[in-house]
Design a protein around this ligand. Structure first.
Ligand SMILES: [Zn+2]
Length: 214
């Protein structure tokens, strides 16, 4: 419906919006920020939002680095085991195949899903969505994709995987010589890169990049 108004017409989307603090629920008015500026809650001091103009550069760069490191993590052996003069090293996928051959399809499937498929999917969809937002590509499914990305964010389990590998390495070191492989370092770097990109990602700014009315 398109009605004519006698007085001033204010576009609700461009006027100062009310936003709720995610820590203490205090309602506050959103104001424009200077470049690289950040707004904090007037009650609890939590970070509310940053100036979104350049906020995608850092998370996108960190995520692209994480994707490269993830490829290394899957292409090279995690740990090598030396026992009685024999050296044995396997990649993560090699370990999955061994589990499958040893009649443990459920464990093999679980390892494949949690350490390879899920992180690969999460990295790919996050880079895809941030790339679309970065280049300003308008896509009808963008709000849905962004919701998926933000919902997946807390489910990154690389830290749990690293902890499991380290415990195994310490336990095995009494039985055989353990040589850390390139993939182990790559996974450690991946853990740091994902944490850094997650810290650099400003969910509030991401929503602001999606044009209104979609
Ligand atoms: Zn607050």
């Amino acid at each position: 419906m398109n009605r004519r108004h006698a007085g001033a017409v204010i576009d609700v989307c461009s006027a100062a919006k009310l936003i709720a603090c995610h820590e203490c629920d205090q309602l506050q008015r959103e104001i424009p920020l200077p470049p690289a500026g950040a707004a904090i809650c007037c009650r609890c001091g939590a970070l509310l939002y940053r100036n979104g103009s350049a906020s995608l550069d850092r998370p996108l760069a960190l995520l692209l680095a994480a994707a490269m490191v993830f490829v290394l993590a899957n292409a090279f052996p995690i740990v090598g085991i030396e026992a009685k003069g024999n050296h044995n090293a396997t990649t993560l996928f090699g370990a999955v195949l061994t589990l499958w051959d040893e009649d443990m399809p459920l464990v093999a499937g679980l390892v494949f899903f949690t350490t390879m498929l899920a992180p690969a999917f999460e990295l790919a969809i996050t880079i895809f969505v941030l790339g679309l937002l970065y280049f300003g590509v308008a896509l009808r499914a963008l709000p849905l994709l962004l919701r998926v990305v933000l919902a997946l964010e807390p489910w990154s389990m690389i830290e749990v995987f690293m902890l499991g590998v380290l415990v195994s390495v310490v336990k095995l070191s009494h039985l055989a010589g353990i040589v850390p492989g390139i993939a182990l370092w790559a996974y450690a770097a991946l853990m740091v890169l994902l944490a850094a990109s997650s810290a650099a990602l400003d969910a509030h700014g991401l929503w602001d990049r999606i044009p209104a009315g979609r």
